[in-house]
Ligand binder design. Structure first.
Ligand SMILES: CCCCCCCCCCCCC/C=C/C(=O)SCCNC(=O)CCNC(=O)[C@H](O)C(C)(C)COP(=O)(O)OP(=O)(O)OC[C@H]1O[C@@H](n2cnc3c(N)ncnc32)[C@H](O)[C@@H]1OP(=O)(O)O
Length: 719
């Protein structure tokens, strides 16, 4: 857990050895304490260097240990002892120094880093604060404004930036440990008191209160209802206004309030869920670590609409040659100009040159004969997509992987029209594709493990959080959206307004409520799907009651809105009104209020007061209930996968952990009771009927979300 060596006859080299990130587990803390004691007591040792094995200094405290009772030597006294020691200690930072790892570096008397190293205090992203002295030492070292920014955002700094801020003493391109050992030898005999950061005075900040107020407003706006950034601000205030001994107590009190909070549990769950999601597995035993992806050097995108353009940019910026295909010259030219503009802006922001030489634009599918992979991103129309896949089958070489960006159509039906169904897979990007992190990799029953591995690995290369899902209408994300949207519109029928529903969801933590989000996405998309599914439009039998379809409750209000040409932001009118077509400033529209009032009176609905609690319960419990069905059907392998999809694709607030984790935090029994209650009141809404898996989990004593998998016995897993 820590290796101790004597180098250059007088330098104790202590290496943290806890792969993969040398986290400060209780065993590491124990070994560190013993090694430091040995170094400080050995008269031969004149200086100490601390480094991490495998080119990684330290990824911080062991987050897994936070879930259980704290054991082993506490970190704070260990770090205090290092700082107070009478021999110079140098941190040799390679890879990362994050969280507790960065705090370890802060107690060393000198810090040397490799030029590729990254440093930061990401505790806030885990619902915590840097409670091993970080909130008190960092402001003393670099001043309040810079420390506040680092601590409240959790941002990683490059070594160069850390050097400029005064965190590092030296940045090197050579062997960091060797440089640190030489540095340590030179430091022997020099006074250490000015090198003990806890003993420094925090530099004075003019207008401290105004600065703290401004940052408070900023974090409240950015992360509504999230506790950790606010606690970080209070801790940093203590560094400015209290002596170190009192500030450190304040830091620890604030940490105690965060440590056991539901928010910290949710955020730490998200950290691990995100990493679990990449570990896909199929019933035949093929999985992420035994299936080799193909190397993708060239790709083609068919269709240069919003999605296609975003995908081209995502591929080109990671160095993949892209051929972009459109069906008409004008569309091709417009798409080309937009892609070039997007790539140039992206490159400018990242300080690199735009990889325009990787792009080729064409009207001919014949140009795709040699590409490694094709992503179809044409209009969401099965007949059109089938024609494209048939054509691709003829044109592309037999080994080319064929992907569809459909957001819900049958991937296997497309595979079926090709000569290579095993090489067909869904790659469902989210709009705008060059910004949104989520990628659903849709595994058809005939997709080979190599094809899935290729799509997952390509997603990772593009910086996406890729989740493997099964093939069913809407896959995971969009399938779950239906019960959520249905509940929101039923609530309007019963007496709520779009702004009330949105406010309840935004207060819960969503960046945008469901109606504002629908206006942004465009209401016509859902309208077209409802028409195609026979739910609305001229094909519906006029004898059919307007509020019932296929034996279920149906709300025609969204159709009525679309019939008025209100498609959302793009038309300047939707659930809200906007200053102009394309405007983003949503204002309540009296016309919508009138429409709802007339609608209720036409159908004899007595509006009632609806509480925010009911809005949250009906929208989110219905969402989670569909998640349970998805697990039952084997469309998602784990609840973590569903949560990751909602966190990265649908703006579910991270500090709530995702719909499945949220249900477990509320308590499965309580959620079940509430669903049963709502289902009794709405027997014609099947989505409110608790799923069998859900009931089974409650009957088994509501195990924690990580254990649900043990209770899921899917006969026909799609994964
Ligand atoms: C009333 C009660 C009062 C209680 C008071 C309590 C007081 C307690 C005081 C304690 C004070 C401690 C203060 C310090 C806190 C912290 O340090 S919190 C941790 C901060 N660190 C981080 O957030 C870093 C997290 N890790 C990362 O960002 C990345 O992993 C990485 C280091 C940048 C590496 O990235 P990459 O190479 O892409 O690898 P990954 O896939 O992300 O990770 C590889 C595996 O390592 C696991 N892992 C990573 N970091 C940690 C960690 N810190 N702890 C445990 N495990 C970690 C990760 O899960 C991966 O695992 P596998 O998926 O199983 O491979």
């Amino acid at each position: 857990m820590a290796r101790y060596e004597l180098v250059k006859r007088s330098v104790a080299l202590i290496t943290l050895t806890n792969p993969p990130v040398n986290a400060l587990s209780s065993a590491v803390r124990h070994a560190m304490a013993k090694s430091m004691e040995r170094a400080l007591n050995d008269p031969k040792v004149t200086a100490v260097v601390i480094c991490g094995e495998n080119g990684r200094f330290c990824g911080g405290a062991d987050i897994r240990e936070f879930a259980g009772p704290l054991r082993g030597p506490p970190l704070v006294p260990l770090l205090d002892a290092i700082e107070a020691g009478q021999k110079p200690v140098v941190a040799a930072i390679e890879g990362v120094a994050l969280g507790g790892g960065f705090e370890l570096a802060l107690v060393c008397h000198y810090r040397i880093a490799h030029f590729k190293a990254r440093l930061g205090l990401p505790e806030v992203t885990l619902g915590l604060l840097p409670a091993a002295g970080g909130t008190q030492r960092l402001p003393r070292l670099i001043g309040i404004p810079a420390a506040l920014e680092m601590i409240t955002t959790g941002r990683h700094l490059s070594a160069q930036e850390a050097l400029k801020l005064g965190i590092l003493d030296q940045v090197t391109e050579q062997n960091t440990c060797e440089v640190a050992v030489e540095f340590a030898l030179r430091a022997v005999g020099k006074p250490l008191s000015s090198r003990r950061v806890s003993m420094l005075t925090t530099p004075c900040t003019p207008d401290l209160d105004a600065l703290l107020e401004a940052v408070t407003m900023q974090v409240k706006k950015k992360a509504r209802g999230v506790m950790a950034p606010l606690a970080c601000i209070q801790a940093v205030r203590a560094a400015a206004t209290m002596p170190y001994s009192k500030g450190i107590k304040r830091e620890s009190e604030l940490m105690a309030t965060l440590f056991n909070s539901g928010q910290a549990q949710a955020l730490q769950y998200c950290f691990f869920a995100q990493r679990t999601a990449g570990k896909w597995t199929l019933p035949n035993g093929a999985q992420w670590n035994n299936s080799k992806p193909r190397e993708i050097r060239s790709a083609a995108i068919i269709g240069l609409g919003t999605m296609g353009r975003g995908i081209v940019v995502s591929l080109a910026r990671v160095g993949i040659s892209v051929i972009a295909v459109e069906s008409e010259k004008k569309l091709l030219e417009t798409g080309k100009q937009m892609v070039i503009g997007m790539l140039e802006r992206d490159a400018k922001r990242r300080g690199v040159s735009a990889s325009l030489n990787l792009l080729k634009f064409t009207l001919s599918l014949q140009d795709l004969k040699d590409v490694d992979l094709v992503i179809e991103a044409v209009f969401e129309d099965m007949a059109l997509k089938k024609r494209v896949f048939q054509e691709l089958s003829k044109v592309c070489r037999p080994a080319t992987v064929l992907c569809t960006n459909t957001s819900g159509l049958d991937v296997d039906a497309l595979a079926g029209v090709t000569d290579r169904p095993h090489l067909v897979v869904g790659m469902h990007f989210f709009s705008p594709a060059h910004v949104m992190k989520l990628l659903e990799v849709v595994c058809g029953p005939r997709s080979s493990s190599e094809t899935i591995a290729t799509a997952m690995s390509l997603g990772k290369r593009m910086g996406k959080v890729s989740v493997a899902v099964g093939n069913c209408p809407g896959f995971v994300g969009n399938r779950m959206l239906k019960p959520y949207l249905d509940q929101a519109t039923f609530l309007l029928e019963e007496g709520a307004t779009p702004e009330q529903v949105d406010k309840a969801l935004e207060d819960f933590g969503f960046a945008m409520g469901v109606f504002r989000m629908s206006d942004l996405a465009g209401l016509d998309v859902g309208w077209r799907i409802r028409k195609e599914s026979g739910l609305t439009g001229p094909d519906v039998d006029p004898k059919n009651p307007p509020r019932r379809r296929q034996g279920r409750r149906y709300c025609p209000v969204p159709d009525m809105i679309c019939e008025q040409g209100r498609f959302g932001q793009k038309t300047g009118r939707g659930w809200y009104m906007y200053d102009k077509p394309g405007g983003t400033n949503a204002k309540p529209d009296p016309l919508i209020q009138n429409l709802l009032e007339m609608y209720r009176s036409r159908y004899g609905i007595q509006p009632r007061n609806i509480s925010d609690q009911e809005i949250i319960e009906r929208c989110l419990f219905a969402l989670a209930n569909e998640g349970f069905r998805i697990l039952e059907d084997g469309i998602a392998a784990r609840p973590e996968d569903i949560d990751v999809i909602y966190l990265f694709g649908y703006g579910f607030p991270r500090h709530r952990g995702g719909p499945m984790f949220y249900a477990s935090m509320v308590g499965l029994e309580r959620v079940l009771q509430r669903l049963e209650h709502y289902h009794q009141a709405n027997p014609d809404v099947p989505h409110l009927e608790p799923s069998p898996l859900f009931k089974k989990l409650v009957a088994c004593g509501s195990p924690p979300v990580q254990k649900w998998r043990e209770h899921i016995k899917t006969m026909h897993s799609h994964l």
